[in-house]
Design a protein. Sequence first.
Length: 101
Amino acid sequence: MSSIQARNVNHPEHRENLKTEKYNIIREAILVALPADDWMSFADLEDAVRARLKANAVPARLFPKPGSVRWYCKAVQLDLEARDEIERQPKKSPLHLRKRR
């Protein structure tokens, strides 16, 4: 199975090997869920990704462990930020995101 070297906006020297199939599923779900004109909390984003996985009947075997969807959401979110596809709201806690304009 192929993998993607995901970047980390917080640690530019670090790369995480993610399975391409899982990366693409989560990436698409994030980009569909995130608005471009408003901010979304990471918790709401994770819920939206889970809902999309369920709606698209993504096999549970792809994300079998508790927390694996959350882990992939975080890893892909950091990669998309590093690639300037999404951005985080400055000085906001908890984390809020949107598509890059």
